[in-house]
Design a protein around this ligand. Structure first.
Ligand code: ADP
Ligand code: ADP
Length: 228
């Protein structure tokens, strides 16, 4: 489902952020990406949704070879992906409902279907009662749940999350994990970069550890393996 073959990424300044990655992630897997700051986690993840291109090697996501798609086709490719960020990236002037609906409006879904599906995903993340609120009227955890609702509204096969609990307190982080777990149970692949040792060691999944641009561990039901 996600496959990288001999993938390397050197930034224009000469930094080798990712060095010879060979990775296969199957449909429905839940994968944590761990490692020290600056080790290459974000670069690895950004290449999956084609925010960065590899310098060498090939990447296939949902059967699409990313080196073969034109820039104009990137939005089309991303429709089968959901992306969740540490800082939520919600549109501040739109309500909860509108933030989630927006992702369906841009692909011109029927208004009746939009309404049904937006309420369905907001119910899934437990925010049906806050549809009319603006992002800054919500707690951090609620904002992240809106961003997760937005990421799954078009039923992607893969959700990619870069430190989704990075700005949240431990209890709220666990709520977010329960939501991601629920999404994963519906056969959505989850790839999540994280520094959260408690979560990785207690909610066991595959762990890919990166250090200095190299994969140093790849274990089913792995451990976090670092002190912080
Ligand atoms: P992590 O997510 O593990 O903190 P990153 O993938 O963000 O790691 O960064 C890996 C390395 O690449 C770091 O040395 C970082 O400074 C460098 N890097 C990241 N993005 C860029 C960029 N756009 N230009 C140049 N260097 C970058
Ligand atoms: P920035 O301004 O920091 O680049 P963006 O909000 O533009 O941040 O998001 C970074 C990239 O991720 C953009 O290319 C955008 O198209 C993409 N992106 C943002 N949200 C989503 C999403 N929910 N699903 C897929 N791709 C997204």
């Amino acid at each position: 489902m996600i496959e990288m073959s001999e993938v390397s990424k050197t930034y224009p300044n000469g930094v080798v952020a990712v060095n010879s990655f060979n990775v296969k992630i199957k449909q429905g897997e839940f994968v944590y990406v761990v490692g020290p700051s600056g080790s290459g986690k974000t670069t690895f993840i950004k290449m999956m949704y084609r925010e960065e291109k590899p310098t060498t090697g090939s990447i296939t996501v949902n059967g699409i070879n990313l080196s073969k798609i034109r820039n104009t086709k990137v939005p089309l490719f991303r429709r089968n992906l959901g992306v969740v960020f540490q800082d939520f990236k919600l549109l501040p002037t739109l309500t909860v409902y509108e933030n989630v609906a927006f992702a369906m409006e841009v692909i011109e879904k029927h208004p009746v279907e939009i309404k049904r599906r937006v309420m369905e995903v907001l119910d899934l993340v437990g925010l049906k009662h806050k549809v009319r609120m603006l992002p800054d009227e919500l707690s951090g955890g609620e904002q992240q749940r809106v961003s997760i609702a937005r990421s799954i509204v078009n039923s992607p096969k893969v959700v990619i999350a870069d430190e989704p609990t990075g700005n949240l307190d431990p209890e709220t982080s666990w709520e977010i994990m329960n939501t991601l777990e629920e999404i994963n149970k519906r056969d959505t692949t989850i790839v999540m970069a994280t520094h959260n040792k408690d979560i990785v060691n207690n909610l066991k999944h595959r762990v890919i550890a990166i250090e200095n641009g190299r994969i140093v561990r790849d274990e089913q039901r792995g451990e976090y393996g670092y002190e912080i």
